[in-house]
Write a protein that binds this ligand. Structure first.
Ligand code: NAI
Length: 315
């Protein structure tokens, strides 16, 4: 296969001053894209700190390798910040073809230990951040009839994870946002997909680092662990979703350590009863949950069709 290139394409990658975003930005730039490297320079738990250095360092890295990049340190979590980074990208590079919504923070607490002041910033950065950045970018993409948007969800949001109710809620919201925007954007040539990544970064050092389970199982530590589990093992899946030849729309790829898979939402065949009762639900709960021949609906109307099929069968 010939090399997948991004010449003449312009990408905005949020939270690209380190970790996964940096890897996405480096790969895009190495394939010819002009990249706006956004990063607020915030601590892992979020906060008021503001530091332009991480984004500037990644830009210096890209330029040193002969790539095209510029930096921005606005916050995705405010409308002004998001609008300003999108217009700065369009002004600097003359367009915007790709947005990778990657910026994120995390605050691990079991449910009763989360105060509202702790979960709100998590929702602000992930959920509002996705809406705020995507809105002006989508408007531009609609006007030119082309766009690729990749949102960062998480296995934590798709499948659940102890101590992460706020983060999971935010990441599941991003999944729903991706599904619906994909349906709406298709008519404008805009594809919207998501990534559920897993990588050793500062955010995951405690679970995926030298003291984590994978290090225990594999015996890998330090640089070797980073080679196996680093962000560069996720970026190809994300950057593929950004390519013009990628026909996927509304999908979520799960990627970590070199493994890439499709994550999806399905429903079981379930049961149908003309006069449903509490007892019939109780009696048939196993059949309701039986995963044999489960279905993956494209959209909510397709799920409704499953009911229509039951009506047809009963006739
Ligand atoms: P990271 O902490 O290295 O990178 C996140 C970046 O986002 C930081 O550089 C930070 O300064 C920036 N940021 C935070 N708030 C911002 C704001 N308001 N505006 C602009 N930039 C902001 O973490 P990592 O692991 O690279 O995470 C990247 C994304 O992937 C996040 O959305 C995270 O939730 C998600 N993710 C990561 C996983 C992993 O295994 N590392 C697993 C699942 C999801």
């Amino acid at each position: 296969m010939s090399e997948l290139r991004f010449d003449e394409r312009v990408a905005l990658v949020t939270g690209a001053g380190g970790g996964l975003g940096r890897a996405h930005a480096l790969l895009l730039a190495s394939r010819g894209a002009a990249v706006m490297v956004n990063d607020l320079g915030s601590p892992t738990m979020g906060g008021q700190d503001h530091d332009a250095t991480p984004a500037e360092n990644v830009v210096a890295e890209i330029r040193a390798l002969g790539g095209i990049a510029s930096s921005n340190s606005d916050s995705v979590a405010t409308r002004d910040g998001a609008e300003s980074m999108v217009s700065a990208t369009i002004e600097e590079f003359g367009g915007l073809d790709i947005v990778i919504n990657n910026a994120g923070i995390i605050r691990n607490r079991t449910f009763l230990n989360i105060g509202e002041y702790e979960f709100e910033p998590v929702l602000d950065v992930h959920v509002k951040g996705c809406f705020y950045v995507t809105r002006p970018a989508y408007e531009h993409m609609k006007s030119v009839g082309y766009g690729r948007i990749i949102n960062t969800s998480s296995g934590s949001g798709l499948f659940g994870s102890f101590g992460q109710s706020a983060y999971s809620a935010a990441k599941a919201a991003i999944y729903g946002f991706t599904r619906t925007l994909a349906i709406e954007g298709a008519r404008y040539g805009i594809h919207v997909n998501a990534i559920a990544p897993g990588a050793l970064t500062r955010m995951t050092g405690d679970v995926l680092g030298d003291d984590g389970e994978i290090a225990d199982m594999t015996g890998l530590t330090g640089e070797d662990l980073l080679m196996q589990l680093g962000p560069q093992q996720v970026a190809p899946a994300v950057v593929y979703l950004a390519h013009e030849t990628c026909a996927l729309n509304g999908e979520t790829l799960s990627a970590s350590g070199g493994r890439v898979a499709r994550a999806f939402m399905g429903v079981t065949k379930g049961i149908y009863e003309e006069d449903l009762t509490l007892e019939s639900v109780a009696e048939r709960i196993e059949a309701i949950c039986d995963e044999t021949n489960y279905v993956v609906p494209d959209n909510v109307d397709k799920e409704m069709q499953l009911l229509l099929e039951h009506f047809e069968t009963e006739k």
